[in-house]
Design a protein around this ligand. Structure first.
Ligand code: G4P
Length: 527
């Protein structure tokens, strides 16, 4: 029973450059999975263009992002958990953290735009961790790039070895359907399918005269030629290679028009991995181990400023998580139990008695959890792989109301635990620096400090190019001592107390590296 529960879980994330169709595809997967009845039910969690200083928009987005953090449903006896990833690039760090909790991903690419910047960054993180990736090329109802050119682009720009598991029949105005290489049949779309699952007709045999009648002799010839080319050029699908992150299936379709979504979902539940093993600092943890272990990958503050409690999202790695059972919060070395853990379904959450590996539970927390914390049945386990990356923007944060310094410090502390931004403390004078991925977060922090903690802050510009985590070859050697003395003005510590060098330009970073060759400078906190 326990093993069956693990085997039937599929926990994954959908990633894309904004506007490629992530929200639409998510919604259509829910629709085909029977989790929602009509299109339009999943709200977009993206921050609307031009609304960056509209705080109602930020609050709206936060509200939605709780509701869509995990969208779970059962399809053909598989328990599907879709983990939501923010599309806005200023929240890229949230997405990186969510990727530590997925077992596979689907990458959505716009057929006209091809591989875009945000896709490259996100896929690189997946590739580094060998996460199995399926590519969905979307918006085939529009004129776009040639399918073979796109496959090339995915191979060169994303560095992914691909194998198409479907092939489009026409494109744009001429888009007629999909040939499903995985199940070896052609599916044509007979009428406007935008609002319903639509009418389709399937052909298992390309020689069927009805198929030729419907798409025309020329289209059929082109299809046969192209399928021949696919078979000749691309490696055959191998599940083993896909699971190793070495071969990536590609699907074509149009999420908006429900083309190719069912094919994607049906193949996905067959091939995508069940919960995977996870490396901890101590050992490799397997999902089928009896004892529970899990880690916090996301913390969400309560929207209501009068209730300071937060929701910590835990990915279950091994064993079962049960309600009212004491577990060890490893960092605090304290036993904690939870009377109302939340499980997530499409658009709703409910209290759950037991959860299995692959599942996400939401735990109410009054400020004890930090991102990356482990919970276990008792073993000292520290999970790896939630590094911080160097922020892109840095500012001093100052207290603008001396009467409220306690509130300010508490607010900063809790927002950092949530992972909104990173805090550095200058070694020389203890001044606090906030580092963020995008400029938007400074406004979010200022707004939330005021509205949730009653504290007022101001910022002061600071010229920092990158934060580099410093790794000396030997703590005691002369070179490291010299480095600390000479560069004192540029040194800070992160929240974990790790030493960080704040380089003010790429040139000064290079010079410093040359001058102190025994010291390593890392752009992430984990090395
Ligand atoms: P995102 O989450 O990746 O940012 O993208 P989202 O799903 O919001 O889609 C971005 C836009 O692309 C939306 O249009 C959406 O309707 C459209 N879209 C998604 N899939 C397809 C497709 O298969 N074909 C075509 N032609 N369009 C598609 P919008 O005008 O920005 O928003 P909306 O007003 O339609 O919601």
């Amino acid at each position: 029973m326990f093993l069956e529960e693990i085997a039937r879980r599929r926990t994954f994330g959908i990633i894309s450059h904004p506007d490629a169709g992530k929200t639409t595809l998510t919604e259509k997967l829910l629709l085909f999975g029977g989790a929602i009845q009509e299109a339009g039910a999943v709200k977009s969690n993206k921050i609307k263009k031009g609304a960056t200083s509209d705080f109602m928009e930020i609050e709206r987005q936060r509200g939605i992002s709780v509701a869509t953090s995990v969208l779970a449903f059962i399809y053909k006896n598989k328990k599907i958990n879709i983990l939501d990833t923010p599309g806005h690039k200023d929240f890229a760090e949230d997405t990186f953290r969510t990727l530590t909790a997925v077992d596979s991903v689907i990458v959505v690419i716009d057929v006209a735009k091809g591989v875009e910047e945000q896709t490259e960054k996100l896929v690189e993180v997946c590739r580094m961790r060998s996460i199995p990736i399926i590519v969905f090329i979307n918006k085939l109802d529009r004129e776009g790039k040639d399918s073979f050119d796109l496959l090339d682009e995915i191979e060169t720009k994303l560095g992914l070895r691909v194998t198409p598991l479907s092939h489009p029949i026409g494109m744009g105005y001429d888009f007629k359907g999909i040939y499903n290489i995985w199940s070896k049949n052609a599916k044509l779309f007979l009428e406007d399918t935008k609002t319903s699952k639509g009418n389709t007709v399937s052909f298992d045999n390309l020689e069927d005269p009805e198929l030729e009648r419907l798409i025309g002799t020329k289209s059929l010839e082109t299809l046969k030629e192209e399928l021949g080319l696919v078979a000749g050029v691309y490696p055959p699908f191998s599940q083993e290679e896909y699971l190793d992150g070495a071969l990536h299936p590609v699907f074509f379709g149009s999420a908006l028009n429900n083309f190719g979504v069912q094919e994607l979902l049906d193949c996905f539940i067959d091939i995508a991995p069940a919960p995977l093993k996870k490396q901890s600092e101590e050992r490799l943890i397997k999902p089928d181990e009896k004892d529970f272990s899990g880690f916090v990958f996301k913390i969400h503050a309560n929207m209501d400023p009068n209730h300071r409690d937060r929701l910590a999202f835990i990915k279950i790695v091994s064993g079962t998580f049960e309600r009212n059972t004491p577990y060890l919060h490893v960092r605090n070395n304290k036993k904690v139990k939870f009377s109302s853990p939340n499980a997530f379904f499409a658009e709703r959450k409910e209290i759950v008695d037991i959860s299995y590996p692959g599942d996400i539970v939401g735990l109410h927390d009054t400020g004890n959890f930090k991102i990356g914390d482990s919970l276990t049945s008792g073993e000292q386990i520290h999970f790896k792989g939630i590094p911080s990356f160097s922020p892109e923007h840095f500012r001093y944060i100052n207290n603008a109301d001396p009467m409220k310094s306690k509130q300010l410090n508490k607010g900063i502390d809790q927002l950092m635990d949530e992972g909104v931004a990173q805090l550095f403390t200058m070694s020389m004078n203890n001044r606090k620096i906030i580092g963020t991925v995008g400029a938007l977060q400074f406004e979010v922090i200022q707004y939330r400090l005021e509205h949730e903690y009653g504290a007022i802050c101001s910022y002061e510009n600071l010229n920092v190019f990158k934060a580099c985590w410093v790794q000396p070859k030997d703590e005691k050697n002369q070179e490291f001592t010299d480095f600390k003395r000479v560069k004192q003005k540029f040194l800070a510590t992160d929240k974990q107390g790790q030493l960080v060098f704040l380089a003010d330009s790429s040139f000064s970073l290079q010079m410093t590296q040359q001058k102190y060759p025994s010291i390593k400078f890392h752009l992430t906190s984990e090395f």
